[in-house]
Design a protein around this ligand. Structure first.
Ligand code: PMP
Ligand code: GLN
Length: 383
């Protein structure tokens, strides 16, 4: 038989699938893959049921149902004073993962370079490779996960077309400060790059941190493509519903691909999420305080076990330094934790192309029931 396409040479099972499978096999507390092990709001599930009963069960229009696009448009206007026309600038996708794939494939020709800030969500590099592009990593250095402007400048070449930024940042939990964002935006502007801003954790902010959408910064609206996901905001990652907000030209290109990759996203969930977005004002305070409680509880627990690091201000992840507990690198330590201590985490070296800094950390997801967090902490005491 002939070979499969060289575009996927070197692709492996994603770290999230691998860790979740091992966690099941070893009956470990799973603090690896980023999803809540509890359900999203009952009222949202009731809307999904209601929408099915009302007959919203056939293909949605390929850019997404107009109700959901309208509500996405409304919240960007209301929270960030950003105007996106639902007809021409908003596309509903199968999670942010499809959104990322579409944006990259809409923009990148074979040989084009894409700057990725590492550690990164692993689908960025895979999507770049599927488009024939070349990922060029720039390291966000631990422990603050800051970008060095000189390193960023050195990574940009005449072939660079796109830069990908994630804020709030998975896996570090960093919430970018305005000046840091401006420095990256300035580089994008100077070099005429598109900027893909992955903002799926836009509402998971603690301790007064404020989300600054990249598109709101000086002259960045046209060149920024913003991606987000209802999976995070409503704690329903399995609904796999996300969106792209972009200028008309990029939106059109993304939609041309989307119509042939998936055509459209599940209709009842889109209609339910439109109701969800209408209720953001009343929903968000409880949502944030739920996750803040989990973050504080788990952070205190890890501190009392001797792990020393700064508390993250966003997302539902913590990058925890492991040097005080082991001489092992992240992958081996993660395997030991699963097999011997029944605690699953993600070894972050999967999120790096260049630097080995990830080997000194494990990523813990604290979007878990109290009993899961307690059980994991209890087992970690044996370390
Ligand atoms: N971007 C980041 C930074 C993520 O962490 C994730 C997944 N948790 C995604 C995108 C993908 O989101 P979705 O599940 O909506 O595809
Ligand atoms: N983004 C999620 C994480 O970081 C996982 C998404 C996935 O499993 N593809 O854990």
């Amino acid at each position: 038989m002939k070979d499969t396409a060289y575009r996927i040479d070197g692709f492996k099972d994603s770290i999230f699938g691998v860790i979740s499978k091992l966690a099941r096999e070893h009956q470990a507390f799973n603090l690896g893959q980023g999803f809540p092990d509890f359900d999203g709001p009952d009222w949202l599930k009731e809307f999904a049921h209601q929408k099915m009963q009302e007959g919203h069960n056939q293909y949605a229009p390929f850019p997404g149902t107009i109700n959901l696009r309208n509500e996405v448009s409304n919240y960007y206007q209301k929270f960030y004073q950003l105007n996106y026309n639902p007809e021409t600038q908003i596309t509903i996708t199968v999670g942010a993962t499809e959104a990322i794939y579409l944006v990259i494939n809409a923009l990148i020709n074979p040989g084009d370079e894409v700057v990725v800030l590492e550690p990164f969500y692993d689908s960025y590099v895979a999507s770049i490779k599927m488009a024939g592009g070349v990922p060029v990593p720039v390291t966000m250095h631990a422990p603050d996960f800051n970008v060095d402007s000189k390193e960023l400048a050195a990574a940009i070449s005449p072939r660079t077309k796109l830069l990908i930024l994630n804020n709030p940042h998975n896996p570090s939990g960093k919430v970018w400060l305005k000046d840091e964002l401006l420095a990256v935006c300035e580089m994008a502007r100077k070099n005429d790059l598109y900027l893909l801003s992955d903002e799926v954790y836009e509402f998971l902010l603690f301790d007064g941190a404020k989300h600054i959408p990249t598109a709101t910064l000086n002259d960045m609206y046209e060149r920024t493509i913003t991606v987000s996901s209802a999976g995070k905001t409503f704690g329903v990652t399995g609904w796999k519903t996300g969106w792209i907000c972009a200028n008309k030209k990029v939106t059109n290109a993304c939609r041309l691909i989307h119509q042939y990759v998936t055509f459209s996203v599940a209709t009842p969930t889109q209609e339910a999420l439109a109701e969800g977005l209408k209720r953001l004002d009343t929903y968000l305070p409880d949502f944030v305080s739920l996750y803040k409680g989990k973050r504080d509880f788990f952070y205190q627990g890890l501190k009392s076990l001797g792990f020393d690091f700064a508390i993250p201000r966003g997302t539902y992840f913590m990058m925890v330094p492991i040097g005080s507990k082991t001489k092992l690198k992240d992958v081996d330590f993660a395997l030991e934790l699963i097999k011997t201590y029944q605690v699953a985490t993600v070894p972050p070296s999967a999120f790096y192309l260049k630097s080995t800094e990830g080997e000194k950390f494990l990523r813990f997801c604290f979007a878990k029931k109290e009993e899961t967090l307690k059980g994991a902490l209890e087992n970690l005491k044996r370390l």
